[in-house]
Write a protein that binds this ligand. Sequence first.
Ligand SMILES: Nc1ncnc2c1ncn2[C@@H]1O[C@H](COP(=O)(O)OP(=O)(O)OP(=O)(O)O)[C@@H](O)[C@H]1O
Length: 638
Amino acid sequence: MSNNTPFQVYLRVKPLLDNSQDTLIQDLDEKRIVITKQGRNNKEFHFDRIFNNEHNAQIFSEILQHNINYFLEGYNTTILAYGITGSGKTHTIFGNEKDEGLAFQCLNYLVEKTRYFGQVSFIEIYNETIRDLLNTNQKSLVIMQDSQKGQCISGVQQMVCKNSEEVKEILNLGNQNRSLAQTIYNVSSSRSHAVIQVNLSYKIDNQILTPKLFIVDLAGSEKVYLEQKSKNQQEGSNINKSLLALSHCLTMLSDKTKKNQHIPYRNSKLTRLLQDSLGGNTKTIMIACVQQNKQSYDEILNTLTYSQRATQIKKQVHKEVTSVQQNQKSEDLSPTNESQQLGDSSSKSIYLTKIYNDIYSNVEEYFEINNSIIEIQSQIQANSQKIEETQETKQEDETYMKLLAAQKENQIIEKQLQIALKTNLQQKQILKSLLLQITEEQQSTINYWKQRFADLSKQILDMKSDQEKSQQELVQKDLVIAQQKAIIESNKLSKNQSQYTTSGDSDQSYPISFSSSTNNSQIKKKASITQQPAEDRHRFANISHIKQRLSPRERSPTSSIFGTSPIRSPLKHNSIYRNLSKNQYNVDSISKDDSRELSKDLSNLSIHKKSRLVDPQVTTINLYGTTYINVIDQKENN
Ligand SMILES: Nc1ncnc2c1ncn2[C@@H]1O[C@H](COP(=O)(O)OP(=O)(O)OP(=O)(O)O)[C@@H](O)[C@H]1O
């Protein structure tokens, strides 16, 4: 079968690999397919040729071989594999070891057929970025408009194949790099367009022929890309952009009513690269790939509708010829020169076509740039709107509102803090003045009580000295009485001149020493009392001690009242300290209990005395309700 039309559309139906799946194909032959779905009308489509179970080699020989022959004659040729993911596009273009794809079939045929085999490049378009699959060092490639070559990729790696092994090597290298890139960028083959380009350049009859062959494995055409979000949204839109641009270009090319209108090839990298191969001087072969499982009905329907429309594309193609002279020195080209040089009507026609193409290209470029400007302007406008919206949104944004609320709250809190600090300061001052007042009052109270204490102390001292005076007076009187009594007694004794002896009584004598020099200085004798009524002896003893107490003040003031020195002042029992170890008493620090103890001792003493067991070293006397005591140190006494 040989189809020589400039735009050929073929259908390849992928065989059901899993027999358990239901097919949507109602009817299928070499040119006609009918698909069915429950609840919908059957859909019928017609193609130049429909393949189902054929191998790639068969497809090549049936529909591509003669096209490659045309390519060798100088016609630009483009082979597109179109369809949704999994429909068999990659299988069709690259195949496998058992069934080599159409790319290998074409290149291998070129190698076998002619020695004029050209240069091969292998690129991938992903997210509107061109990657060189034969030279991974090249990061991103750019499409340039060359006055001689037309649309071309600047800096792309081009390799020459001399045999089928080298063809395989190139294809394998490209596919390996594609897989590697897909792994690195986490991209599946369905999201990128793989493009093999072959540039031929050969001379026939004073003519240089420069045809281009494109073999393209397109990205999956399903609308799922449109629905992808976030990062994939851009990726999807880019893929969609390329496919939409391709679809748009093909639709315009197929529309007879819109002849000679501007075709927007520049809308995507893919259409720009294929610009010369789609609308211009090119034979285009589209192989639409479809699955036949019922689940993919809608996508398959889209593919069939789209590719059927492409069959309407009608265009005139001619050989891509560049004259030797033109190639050598393009500046010399002018209608006259060119006509003269070419010298025949055919050459004139080629020359005019080229001029027309250049003019058309320039006009096209102008419109495209104009469109781009309009697009950019609308983009700026849209962005401005977005900025405004963003600002509005920002204000409505919950977090922003929270932030504002927090800021307001902060301001209120700061004000409160300032007020609190001020109040605190005022309170501090008030407190300070209050404390000052209190201190002053306290001071005056303290002063008052100090003064009062001083007055009372003075009163007490006065009273004490008064008391001492009166007591001294009383003692003096008692002494006088005692002296008078002693005189009377001595008189009585001397009168009676009698001696007393006692039996059973203690022979202990009481040494009485009258050392006072105040009132009885003349009486200085040592009396030895052996026989005396107990009561009187007791009285005597007491008196003697009183005398000792009232002994001269010249005695050392530091001498202990409990030592050998007699007590300097009369002692009140309630002001006597009891030294338990020495059985002594001290002044000024006796407790009530000691006082009671002392009273008890004193009463015992009187009992002892009655039974003549009285301690001779302890003597007491009771004068005017006050008990006096004297303790004589044994050492001293001895
Ligand atoms: N005609 C066929 N005969 C046998 N197996 C096929 C055929 N077409 C496709 N396949 C198999 O189906 C699977 C998917 O095919 P393929 O990868 O070519 O789909 P695709 O359209 O290129 O998908 P993607 O867009 O994801 O790259 C592969 O395993 C492939 O070998």
